[in-house]
Design a protein around this ligand. Sequence first.
Ligand SMILES: *Cc1c(COP(=O)(O)O)cnc(C)c1O
Ligand SMILES: [Zn+2]
Length: 418
Amino acid sequence: MYVTGLKCRNCGKEYPIEPVSICEECFGPLEVQYDFDRIGEAISKGGIERGPRSIWRYKALLPVGERVVDLNPGYTPLHRAENLARELGMEELYIKNDSVNPTFSFKDRVVSVSVSKALDFGFDTVGCASTGNLASSVAAHAAKAGLKCYIFIPANLNLGKIIQTLAYNPNLIKVEGNYDDVNRLCTEVAGYYNWAFVNINLRPYYSEGSKTLGYEVLEQLGWEAPERIVVPVGSGSLLTKIYKGYKEFERLGLVEEVSTKVTAAQAEGCSPVTTAFRTGGEIKPVKPDTIEKSLAIGNPADGYYAVRVLKETGGTAGAVTDPEIIEGIKLLARTEGVFTETAGGVVVGTLKKLVEAGEIERDEKTVIYITGNGLKTQDVLLGHVPEPVKIRPDLKEVEKLLSAGREIKYEKEVAQWQ
Ligand SMILES: *Cc1c(COP(=O)(O)O)cnc(C)c1O
Ligand SMILES: [Zn+2]
């Protein structure tokens, strides 16, 4: 372990490694500190390349000890997206497909680090306030680690995410209200019961897991940084930490100078970070109103730092409507064979919009982060995919169906679960 302590991002006050996340002086967020000189001596490109095929190949840069709760998160594919690039008139586009993690979202990266830390600290109970994907990931890791588990979710979550979470057998509690209400409640619960809430009192450790989505892309591009990345934003932690990962590899000499323009993607129905960036103002909390639930955080904890990264890197931010999210999901599936959830629809929709607006240049080497799996939010596609045609098992029926042309004419769209 190369961790030296925690430090307030705001006033710089230092703290030992404990389950705390907020500075007692100024209420700023605490961040893990490392001894980079020693890390620099210990790691190399070759050493990383020979490491485990999971986020643990970057263990020296994570705040975990020897023992980790391991469902094998990370090491997900980076696809060259030639078809989507052609459709958008772009030259070099890649998809980081993080929807194929153990519980089918990038959250396994942050949860494996924070649940491992909960074990180190001696907690017997873990929990979270979730917008959906965190719920299933925490429940799965708690099951693997044999920890008690309490999950709090907003009442209106996608059915697919609720069913997946329940299968891992946690205590699941629906709260009447939105994510910000759930989060406020969980902050009180964590203190009252002394439980490890991965994204509340363990947040400094949790958020470090997202750096691996930065490291991995640099390694997969042959130890080189892309010119542009597009990242979905909820709390803003993922975006901030991907960029932190890029800068750490630069500092360690594993990549040359990083000049990546970081770009945020949000749903119009919940876009406090995009709005703050585009208007040049502060983050103004909003009440989410969108089909996109995994990013529906109206008062983003790391929003300020995310906007700062956008400005610092010469990046930008965009937002898309609900129909554009659905179009984005279908566009990615149709062109690249990758089925993503609503967060990925936001990313693809935002990419398209910003390319068409000329804010993303068509010749920039671009990576888009696809962070969740389409099977989790199939409900949003009801009414937007065709109802399959039904025939008798008879060749004549097939002939009749195709007689008007080689493609089937669908008459209506799937309106409900079969
Ligand atoms: C949680 C989540 C995000 C956003 O992460 P933040 O760190 O809250 O900004 C993006 N995509 C998916 C699929 C998520 O579940
Ligand atoms: Zn402080």
